[in-house]
Design a protein around this ligand. Structure first.
Ligand SMILES: [Zn+2]
Length: 185
């Protein structure tokens, strides 16, 4: 996806006033203030927010200790992490969820990485070729996200239906500037 196409779908947060009223003064708004605006870190004794984000190594959130549960899964895909989401809500007590996709996500266009995936498992992990190919073909369709922005929005829609009383927000982390953006809905 071209950078301009991505930017057109994003709401930059460079001041508190940029945060839509729906999220302002919620844990989602606080996340944006902490990460983007350098808000002074408050002390928390319990988690306020559940964050779903990709496992990608290029992302680091500036948030206070104890502020959030974080589930990291390829592509910020929580479809296979539902028990953990339910746990963070029911036992952990959070009422807000920020789902954070990111640019340059490796879970986009997985099929283009098949040869590298198979060769890497064979050479690095000691798998045989056939088992590595079967593994890829079995799981790649489950983990393919297609497009970071579309997937994040679709996943947010699914989570809102699944957890109707929870505030669920679509965010995108741009690895180009290490800032969080709200995805325009
Ligand atoms: Zn990713």
């Amino acid at each position: 996806m071209e950078t301009t196409d991505v930017m057109n779908r994003l709401i930059p947060i460079s001041s508190r006033d940029d945060i839509p009223e729906r999220y302002r003064d919620t844990p989602v708004g606080l996340l944006l203030e902490y990460h983007n605006l350098g808000r002074h870190h408050a002390a928390y004794s319990s988690a306020q927010l559940l964050i779903g984000m990709c496992m990608d190594n290029r992302k680091h959130l500036r948030i206070p200790d104890n502020f959030a549960f974080i589930i990291r899964a390829g592509g910020a895909n929580l479809r296979y992490s539902e028990f953990k989401v339910s746990y963070a809500i029911s036992v952990g007590g959070v009422q807000s969820l920020a789902l954070i996709g990111h640019t340059q996500c490796g879970m986009v266009n997985l099929v283009s990485k098949k040869d590298q995936f198979v060769r890497g498992l064979v050479e690095r992990a000691g798998w045989d070729q056939r088992a590595a190919e079967d593994h890829f073909l079995q799981f790649a369709p489950m983990f393919e996200i297609g497009n970071e922005i579309e997937f994040t929005l679709a996943e947010v829609t699914r989570l809102r239906q699944r957890y109707p009383n929870i505030l669920v927000a679509p965010l995108l982390y741009r690895v180009e500037d290490n800032l969080l953006y709200l995805v325009s809905e």
